[in-house]
Design a protein around this ligand. Structure first.
Ligand code: UDP
Ligand code: MG
Length: 314
């Protein structure tokens, strides 16, 4: 693609059932873009919504030449919908933002200022999270700290996907073929100068979170398996510990037998069998988690499928 055709800025937002949030989103993003000036586009990705999201998007695209509406074939999930938008967008700088306005688009000028000073990535870091349950905040905090210990990649704490990135970083990101995408980790992995910008995360303007606990768990598992092989290696450590304990028991039972001191032993047997059985299944499950993702990846299917694109340059 000719770089001469690039708008200075792309705003990319994945949308799943966001009919109620989109009008305000477009309004607020529109005002910010006017404030910032320069050429821009707003790439909205309809991730197989079941409400009127697509209609709202295409109407916006008809009204506003900056709006590009992308519809996927079906629901692909947040990270892949975002990836579709990142692949379609053409800007020199790209703002990744959720459509529910939990991340304020008004931070854009500050992000641009930091980028002017040489940052490759300016990421929003949450100072506070309004309107999110204690459960969500505690699990999120635990998750970021856990993954921080398991990988060498410096994945920032308390940061979502809200960030401004350069075209160079974007091209590196979209060139990564991995299917189970943890975009914020992948951006961190790329490196360059990554600068935080503190902000208060608000409650959604409309609708409800599309991340129920089941999706959060899968998301966390994708993140861990994509960035660390520590769980896969855990069986080695546990195996060594078990082997040492087993050896101690071996010596103990032989000595006991030699001095004629044998025990009934039901409790110790049950404890050992239960513990070992549980641990073995757990380890098999961990291997399965990696193997399943490897299998998915090996099929080489497209990451997302686009059904329609409305608006943007002809
Ligand atoms: N989203 C999506 N596909 C999905 C789920 C979510 O495109 O399958 C979008 C959603 O519309 C929103 C963003 O991803 O713009 C973040 O989702 P959500 O706000 O539900 O997550 P939370 O902020 O609660 O973690
Ligand atoms: Mg949200």
């Amino acid at each position: 693609m000719m770089s001469a055709n690039r708008p200075a800025l792309s705003v990319v937002a994945p949308c799943y059932n966001e009919q109620d949030a989109l009008p305000e989103f477009l309004h607020r993003v529109g005002s910010v873009l006017e404030m910032v000036g320069g050429t821009s586009e707003i790439v909205l990705v309809d991730d197989g919504s079941r409400d009127r999201t697509w209609k709202v998007m295409t109407e916006a695209a008809a009204r506003d030449p900056r709006v590009v509406a992308v519809r996927l074939m079906r629901n692909h999930g947040h990270q892949l919908a975002l990836t579709a938008g990142l692949t379609v967008c053409r800007g020199e700088r790209i703002l990744i933002i959720d459509a529910d306005l939990q991340d304020p688009p008004e931070l854009l000028p500050e992000m641009i200022a930091l980028m002017e000073k040489g940052a490759d990535v300016v990421y929003g870091q949450r100072r506070q999270r309004d309107g999110e349950s204690l459960f969500k905040r505690v699990t999120a905090a635990a998750f970021y700290r856990l993954i921080g210990r398991m990988t060498d990649v410096e994945i920032p704490f308390d940061a979502g996907d809200f960030r401004l990135i350069t075209r160079r970083v974007l091209d590196l990101l979209t060139a990564m073929p991995e299917r189970h995408r943890f975009v914020r980790g992948m951006v961190a992995w790329i490196g360059g100068e990554q600068v935080p910008l503190l902000y208060d995360r608000k409650a959604r303007v409309a609708g409800e979170s599309k991340y129920p606990v089941s999706k959060m768990v899968r998301f966390a598992a994708d993140a861990v398996t994509a960035f660390s092989v520590v769980p896969l290696m855990a069986s080695m450590t546990i195996g060594w510990v078990m082997a040492l304990i087993g050896f101690a028991f071996f010596v103990y039972s032989i000595v006991g037998w030699a001095i004629g001191h044998t025990l009934p032993g039901w409790t110790s047997l049950m404890a050992a069998v239960g513990l070992l059985g549980g641990m073995q299944f757990l380890m098999l499950g961990i291997i399965g988690a990696y193997l399943g993702r490897l299998y998915d990846q090996s099929k080489g299917r497209p990451l997302f499928m686009i059904r329609d694109i409305v608006g943007g340059p002809k």
